[in-house]
Design a protein. Structure first.
Length: 406
């Protein structure tokens, strides 16, 4: 019965989209200077590349809107920018129909009929990270599902894999090895990521929109007292679980280690990770809200610990130590996400296989101050980024202006 209901819902969705909304999009003329931004993987999160490009363009462009599902986010952004709109609403639908350009950083932008409403718009895909995971058209799931008729039909009806007019990359390596394989696009531009501009300029008040300001200030206070700061940012597991519930790390052990060595741990988990039963209030551990923007805070961090998250690539631009703790490596690559490159090559720091080894490497890197990975960081940073400056937003804005003027 569930299969029948699902297939009926697909048919209804496709009928509304292809037979009603798409023809409707041809009845509304495009407004030549109108740009809409769609970001985030939950309710339209105002963070990452979307946030920082929006803020940059807001200085020079009047007709641009950020689209969000979240009333809370809407109200917070509204304090700084007037051009934010809730979706779905009559106003947001009208804006989508009239927009000449849509800027996105996720694949979910197509959902809830937005693909059909934007069918005649120019789509600029920023994406949300470079690392080593296989994504989109290059993912094993996509390749396998292409063999099944119903999956191919569903992908076509939902427009799951659209062609982009402009796709943003960070380097020639990622253009050739990732983006040209994972997406259909007319043009790939190597500009860098807007969110990384913040590493090369002064932080301003607007950067703290949708940021965990309380956690940020706590970190600042610890820094003033001479503490070293460590960000632990593990990625999301599609099969569930996290390092705490799995027993890969023990909060009390980390806290005692931090107290003994004048350290502060900052925990920032993936947006989708459910931490309801794992958070503890401990003296030397700060929880950073996993739905908020951590990039203004990265400049306060002395060492990063991660596993498969692409955050480490961006952190390379700060040239600070990184440790890797892929405690579930075999299970992750078999059941969660396939990886594209050799893990030991594409990472840029010591790989730890146990909590004990992790603590030893923290001592080595941040307490003893020994850094023997500097050359490797520079090597991978050169692979990942063509530009290392604060002009990524500027380069993308130039491309957008060319579209608006043609």
């Amino acid at each position: 019965m569930s299969i029948i209901i699902r297939r009926v819902s697909i048919i209804i969705y496709a009928f509304i989209g292809w037979c009603i909304l798409l023809p409707l999009s041809y009845l509304f003329p495009k407004k030549n200077d109108l740009i809409v931004f769609i970001g985030g993987r939950k309710d339209g999160l105002f963070q990452g590349n979307i946030k920082y490009l929006y803020q940059y363009l807001h200085k020079t462009h009047e007709s641009l809107y950020f689209l969000t599902y979240s009333k809370e986010e809407y109200l917070e952004i509204k304090k700084f920018y007037n051009k934010v709109v809730l979706y779905p609403s009559a106003q947001s639908i009208y804006i989508l129909l009239r927009s000449k350009i849509a800027v996105v950083d996720i694949y979910e932008w197509i959902k809830d009929f937005r693909y059909f409403l934007l069918r005649r718009s120019t789509i600029v895909q920023l994406w949300h990270g470079v690392g080593f995971k296989r994504i989109q058209l290059d993912s094993p799931a996509y390749i396998e599902n292409r063999k099944k008729f119903f999956h191919r039909l569903e992908a076509a009806l939902y427009a799951l894999y659209p062609k982009y007019d402009v796709l943003v990359s960070t380097s020639k390596f990622y253009t050739e090895q990732l983006f040209s394989r994972a997406f259909k696009s007319d043009k790939i531009i190597e500009t860098g990521y807007p969110r990384n501009d913040i590493f090369f300029r002064e932080i301003v008040e607007d950067d703290f929109i949708r940021c965990d300001v309380e956690a940020h200030h706590t970190i600042q206070e610890f820094k003033k007292e001479g503490y070293k700061t460590i960000l632990y940012a593990p990625t999301y597991r599609e099969t569930g679980g996290d390092p705490i519930s799995s027993g890969a790390i023990h909060m009390s052990v980390l806290n005692e280690f931090a107290k003994a060595n004048k350290l502060l741990f900052v925990f920032k988990f993936h947006t989708y990770t459910n931490l309801t039963n794992t958070q503890e209030n401990l003296s030397n551990i700060v929880w950073f809200d996993n739905e908020l923007d951590v990039y203004p805070t990265l400049k306060l961090i002395d060492l990063l610990i991660t596993d498969y998250s692409s955050i480490y690539m961006d952190y390379l631009l700060l040239d600070r130590p990184i440790l890797y703790y892929p405690y579930d490596y075999e299970k992750y690559i078999a059941k969660d996400r396939a990886i594209q490159f050799d893990y030991e090559w594409i990472t840029a720091g010591t790989i730890c296989k146990s909590e004990e080894e992790l603590l030893k490497q923290i001592s080595y890197s941040i307490i003893e101050g020994k850094d023997d990975q500097k050359q490797k960081r520079a090597e991978i940073c050169d692979v990942a980024f063509k530009f290392k400056d604060e002009r990524s937003s500027e380069r993308i804005a130039s491309e957008i202006d060319n579209i608006l003027n043609n």
